[in-house]
Design a protein around this ligand. Sequence first.
Ligand code: MN
Length: 152
Amino acid sequence: MSHDPKAFRSAQGEGRWEGVDILTYKADDGAPFKDVTRQVLFDSPALGCELRYFEVAPGGHSTLERHEHVHAVMILRGQGQCMVGGDVRDVRERDLISIPPLTWHQFRASATEPLGFLCMVNRERDRPQLPTGAELDAMRRLPGVARFLDGG
Ligand code: MN
């Protein structure tokens, strides 16, 4: 992937860093998402993990997905909501979110503010799974989930 970074890289305003490219989120598959960018901040093979920064534009959302690998997330900018399993929560700067294995999850920015978050993940990991129609129907029957999935 990327080369070893310089030892020091300056922050350049909100959600930007020296020498870090803004990448297309999910460039390699057809998963549904809206207005999300991805930046890889750390991905040295020596770490065994990667630290990425995702930013969801106002009104946007990440892919609803699940996988065997886990995520460790810290909200860095703005506010919105996240769903972990059937649990929908408001999230804001500095909140921490753990996504367990094989647990449906999605992040949504508020209508007026972006939602930026750090996400730590294993370097070697399985591909995300998307819900079937039946799985989506089951999720939507949980309190608050249909409203969340419909964008608030
Ligand atoms: Mn994920």
